[in-house]
Design a binder for this molecule. Structure first.
Ligand code: PPS
Length: 300
């Protein structure tokens, strides 16, 4: 049975390709007052929200900036540490559990959530498509291990740990004024409304910018799945630091990082048996329902 290649850092399961040093720097990083951080469980919509933030920050007289330039503005703390945070318009993203991060009530957190079934499917494709493995025997099979993967996911064996534990940690601060919650499924229904929400949360010049309907249209356009696929997928390996890349396999083709970007892809993957397991997992602790209630808006 396939298993996540991982290491334990302060009780968190982390990908073996990241160094202990950068992971510890991420855990110890206390964002400054006003500093922006996108905090998520993996595959919940981090890149989409980060791309919106980046485009809002980088918008110039000639309109939206280049997609990869914007992509480079997100500093993935566990992968690269904090050094680049001082560069212009850079901001952090993290997949750390809340209790392993160093919280500042005066920093700004955007917490992005996505339903567990689609998150599991997206995570599976990430492991299959992105060469995120350290050794040859860690390499994921190219097909057919979804059921093994889903079992590991339900057991909480994925990188960043158990989905519900992770979301419940960040949920505990959701009501604070310095935290903006974005529900992936809601953003799919109303991307422009969410771009405005994000801009208002950032505040200042960015909030003013988003009052301009032309700017909003342009930012919505460059942050669609299609435009992000075109801008990012051919170049995704360029944002991986050399010290991480040396631990990775060479991709044998273009890396499908921005994949389908839809709600409900789980229905194309789940067997009835797996769906029963998911239902039992969700029902196994009453507090899981708090998270599931975030997705009430979803079309079933
Ligand atoms: S990561 O690797 O943890 O940072 O991944 P993350 O960015 O959190 O999640 C990846 C999924 O988000 C989808 N995505 C989008 N959906 C809708 N619109 C846009 N613009 C968009 N950009 C990225 C991406 O395709 C992954 O979902 P799946 O289901 O795999 O397609």
């Amino acid at each position: 049975m396939w298993k996540f290649p991982k290491k334990d850092i302060r009780g968190v399961a982390m990908p073996t390709i990241f160094t202990d040093e950068t992971i510890l720097a991420a855990m110890d990083h206390r964002p400054g007052d006003g500093e922006l951080l996108v905090a998520t469980y993996p595959k919940c919509g981090t890149t989409w929200v980060s791309h919106i933030v980046g485009h809002l920050l980088c918008y110039g007289v000639d309109g939206p900036a280049d997609g990869m330039e914007v992509m480079q503005k997100t500093v993935f703390l566990e992968m690269e540490g904090t050094a680049r945070l001082d560069s212009e318009n850079c901001f952090a993203k993290t997949h750390l559990p809340f209790d392993k991060s160093t919280f500042n009530p005066k920093a700004k957190y955007i917490w992005v959530v996505r339903n567990p079934r689609d998150t599991c499917v997206s995570y599976y494709h990430h492991v299959k498509n992105v060469p995120v493995h350290l050794r040859e025997d860690d390499v994921a099979p190219k097909t057919g291990f979804f059921n093994d993967f889903a079992e590991e996911f339900i057991k909480g064996e994925a990188w960043s740990g158990d989905y519900f534990d992770h979301l419940l940690g960040w949920y505990s601060i959701k009501q604070l004024p310095n935290v903006l919650t974005i529900v992936y499924e809601e953003m799919k229904k109303d991307p422009k409304g969410h771009i405005v929400k994000i801009a208002e949360f950032i505040g200042g010049k960015v909030a003013e910018l988003a009052k301009n309907p032309k700017v909003l249209d342009e930012i919505q356009e460059v942050t669609t799945v299609k435009k992000m696929q075109e801008a990012i997928n051919p170049h995704i390996m360029e944002i991986v630091p050399a010290h991480v890349k040396q631990n990775m396999e060479d991709p044998d083709g273009p890396v499908l990082f921005i994949r389908k970007g839809i709600v409900g892809d789980w229905k194309n993957h789940f067997t009835p048996e797996l769906e029963e397991k998911f239902k039992a997992w969700i029902a196994s602790k009453p507090e899981h329902q708090k998270i599931m209630d975030l997705f009430k808006v979803m079309a079933e």
